[in-house]
Each structure stands twice: as structure tokens, then as C-alpha cells.
Design a protein around this ligand. Structure first.
Ligand SMILES: [Zn+2]
Length: 112
């Protein structure tokens, strides 16, 4: 399920970004090239601006997915990183990248 999500995210990112060569799992929004006319230049800027937040969002999700995959490899997937109790299966199914249990999440959110 996570592997699938990873492939999907990487596919989405590949449409308008290129993988950063020096930082792993970092993507840069590519500047589109439509042409040299004024309206084409304007469209390039508009698309770049609208793609940037999508890129950041996808990149963040991809990092979460990768972290979860790492935890599966290490054998501590589904374990709350704060209290080390097992995270409820219901929660993992709804949000496979969860790294904290509901109780801890609640505590943290209230503290913020
Ligand atoms: Zn916890």
C-alpha cells in the first residue's frame, strides 16, 4: 500500500519537477518553457507559481511515505514514536504514514 503510494507520488512529481541531484528525496519545480511571447512568458510564471505549493505538498507526503517504509524495514512500523505503544490499526489504515498514536497526537496538538 505504501509502495503504491510512493510510486504514485513520484509519478506526480515527475510531471513538473526534477529530482534534485544533490539532495535525496528533494524535488525542484521545473520552470515551464512555453515560448518567448509575452503571454507565453506570463503563463510560465503562473504555472510555476501554482505548481510550487503542490510540489512542496507532494514532497512532504513522499518523505512521510519513505519514513514509514524505513520503519517497516527496521521493524518498528506502527509503533508510536513518543510512547512506543502500538498505533491503532484503524488509524494506520486511515493514515498509513502515522508515526504517533491518537493519545500522543492529541497531547501534542493541544500543546501547540
Ligand atoms: Zn503514543
Amino acid at each position: 500500500m505504501l509502495e503504491e503510494q510512493k510510486t504514485k507520488l513520484e509519478g506526480e512529481l515527475a510531471k513538473f519537477t526534477k529530482k534534485s541531484s544533490h539532495v535525496a528525496d528533494d524535488y525542484d519545480t521545473t520552470y515551464p518553457e512555453y515560448g518567448d511571447k509575452e503571454d507565453e512568458n506570463a503563463a510560465e510564471v503562473a504555472d510555476y507559481i501554482s505548481n510550487k505549493p503542490i510540489e512542496e505538498n507532494l514532497e512532504k507526503t513522499l518523505r512521510d511515505v519513505n519514513k514509514s517504509l524505513e520503519r517497516i524495514e527496521k521493524g518498528n512500523y506502527g509503533v508510536c514514536k513518543y510512547c512506543t505503544k502500538l498505533i491503532e490499526e484503524k488509524r494506520l489504515l486511515a493514515r498509513p504514514t502515522s508515526s504517533a498514536c491518537v493519545e500522543c497526537k492529541k497531547t501534542i496538538t493541544q500543546e501547540l
